[in-house]
Design a protein around this ligand. Sequence first.
Ligand code: FEO
Ligand code: CA
Ligand code: CA
Ligand code: CA
Length: 521
Amino acid sequence: LFGFKTNKVSGYFDAIDPSKEDKLILPKGYKYDIVAAYGDVINSKGDTFGFNNDFTVYFPINGSNENGLLWVNHEYSSDIFVQGAKKDGKYTPEQIDKMLYVQGGSVIEVYRDTDGVWKLKKDSSFNRRITGKTPFELRGPAKGTAAVKNATTVQGTFANCSGGMTLWNTVLSCEENFEGTSADAGLEPTHYGWVIEVDPFDPNFTDRKHTALGRFNHENTAMGLSKDGRVVVYMGDDKKDAGVYKYISNGKYDPNPAVGKANTKLLEEGTLYVADMKKGKWIALTIDAVKKVVEDAKFKVPAVLSVMGHTKEKLTAMFQTQADVLVNTHEAAMLLGGTPTDRPEDIEISPFDNTFWVAHTNNDSHGNIHGHITRFFEKNSDLGAMEFDFEIFAAGGRQSGFSAPDNLTFDSNGNLWTVTDMSSSSMNKGVFTEFMNNGMFVIPTVGPNKGEAMQFASAPLDAEMTGPWFTPDERTLFLAVQHPGENTTDASKPTSMWPHRSGDTMPRPAVVAITGFTFMM
Ligand code: FEO
Ligand code: CA
Ligand code: CA
Ligand code: CA
């Protein structure tokens, strides 16, 4: 390979070294543009870009790789940089308003100008915010049931971590660590912890929460089709000792463009399964099965639930209807024999062979300090299969050079890209010292370097990089830089000042567009 030249971000690159600098560092031949940062005004109404950007999805406009809508999740807020600290253990209504406003999502139109620089199109009529106050309709079996306090519409979305794109061009965004905000804001907890659906192109599409996909600490969704054409959605529950899930719709996906978004109905009727990794089987989560377990005279509360304070009496009372199974998914899954795993974060379906890949970020209570990436093989490569096996594809640690794999994405060369999420309070010390700041790694899944991680990016201080998303031509990689300077305790002395914009007095989470200019091999 000589004289090889590519503008694809997913082309060849010289791996970088880990770094402790307060910079977003890329291999030579690559640059980044700040597309939007916290607080930037995004439309004529004066709406502003939210805090702690996470998942991103690029939706081409008229098939363009240089003009599209970007959906961005805003995962959580910050006392020091946003709403200020609690007074007497409580936030004021104004502080709660701020906290709810900066979470949720943003829709922004972005374009690449004639100089090759990615920018926010400020006057775009598409630009809008979804916040912790936007009304959402509940859909699916738990809607209007006692399990959700009879609600059919609920207030807002927050804790939006990762997500996924549907086959019908809408976005799914996942409510992950919702407990803090719902408690601080005095909101009903059963209204959060769902997968939401929004159409970036259509503000009149009913924003919705899909109860059929269960309620837990949702990391992401990865959507594909079974061999017989039903929609399959893989999902991680990001907590220690939690399950890997898949949902299979009852009906079949209709690719006819005239049907389009009406396919969303497929997310309302179907079956939710949890992985039993001992038996290599998917277990259907049904109320009948759960009742049979808890009502058995010999029933003993499994350890994974007793540590949470669950008793037989509590669990018996918890499960009366199928809606209870969807609202208390983790408990139902563990009762039925779902395997507790080490913080299942992002999941991706390989576009090459229908295997699916799970980032198990870490689990210090099991001594899994650096995490691993697991590859699952569905029987007959059918996403609708009821049996599977699995193996560990790559393990974090000194050998691979990464720790705490989180979001995953594939490129068309068969490389798996992963970003790491060592917590900002633990990085650069102890067992994490030599990994330095969080990074982005490229791991070939085919070819001679299969399984060898190469570092592509290094994050600013305290930050992690999230939500990597390629344009269809892979010439641009969108990436969210989340929580730079998060360990600041004195606002006048932030630990990071990234992205170092003139006039700024605080660090700002921001979404960047990474492009390669020329690269010689
Ligand atoms: Fe928000 Fe599981 O990362
Ligand atoms: Ca994550
Ligand atoms: Ca994480
Ligand atoms: Ca995070």
